[in-house]
Design a binder for this molecule. Sequence first.
Ligand code: CTP
Length: 404
Amino acid sequence: MKIALGVTGGVAAYKAAELVRRLQQEKLDVQVVMTRSAQEFITPLTFAALTGKKVITEMFGAGGAEPANVESAIEHIAVAQRIDLLLVAPATADILAHFAQGIARDFLSTLYLATKAPVVVAPAMNVNMWEHPATQENLQKLRARGVHVVDPDEGYLACGMTGAGRLAATDAIVEKVRAVLGLRRDLEGQTIVITAGPTREDLDPVRFLTNRSSGKMGYALAEAAARRGAHVVLISGPTDLPIPESVDWVPVRSTEEMRAAVRERASDANVVIMAAAVADYRPTAAQKQKLKRGDGGLTLELEPTPDILAELGREPVRQNGRRVLVGFAAETDHLAENARDKLARKGADVIVANDVTQEGAGFDTDTNIVTMFLRDGRELPLPKLTKFEVANRILDQVLEGQKR
Ligand code: CTP
């Protein structure tokens, strides 16, 4: 996996060299980006030697004095698209302010705007600068946007003062990067059944009822859980998505087939996540022959499908609290009310709800905006994140629920 490491101008910039080494030990491919002030503290040569790659230091040509270099001008877009994560360590108060305001003043701040990859910042600064409301407000803004912050440690600071502001320990930064990339093996030993995609209910041999689900959320969950070491059973309705590596893939078509597969595989699962958009109704009787066009209208008679999640919620193993059940709720209105109702009605531990009318949420997008509704009454809203990141946050919640 590829990560960009932004180094900004603080005394702690020298610690970024050790950080590069540790990230490489995690088999991460590191591209260093330095701000101009960072180069006052440490030379690009150090990072070039460690990474074997040219360090990115400028937006346009050398020092901006030369005519704009087209190659370097478009480089930030190329880097932005290539990386799996942007890490900034140390992050000064200044770069946090630029990120918070969306000011693209140099390569690093442009990269922040141009990338869709998750962002981790590890601030380091003088204690007064750290505690200043301006810095804290900027951090709050960034957190609300989904940026991960590795808080600084307390201790003796280079400026002679004592307090919070010292760059977090290298191990803590690497651990956060691993968590965000889904590289922790914290689901080892668990079997997780995940359903994904739509179901199809046949009307006749050539026509069916279905919905707009692409399966992306369920597939992201399967990939995230497998990377974290779980044995994943992915029960999938028809989708165009590639099968994630190292998952046990079970293709199904109708609600009835999905139900049978879930019932069979859920018996030894620790967690069941119903991300599929299961049809609620199916034709009372599928026609054996193709329906012919007549002169008048056509009325279809539909019957409700079995509610797979609710059935699992009623099982005794569930009532002993031994299996974590997660459901989804795609809503267009009254999100919280409907989600809480589903939590109770289906006996789930978590309902992940999204408003599918919102830009960047719902069907066939790569991002999602969800709120997790928990059995204990808590509501955890998440900012707009990639579906892979949403998947990891849901899995974090599952783990937390198991510990309690
Ligand atoms: N679900 C299920 N079996 C069904 C219908 C839904 O297991 N027959 C699961 C979905 O996979 C999802 C959750 O229940 O995790 C909520 O699905 P949704 O369609 O939003 O809920 P419904 O109970 O069908 O409510 P409504 O359609 O009225 O909003």
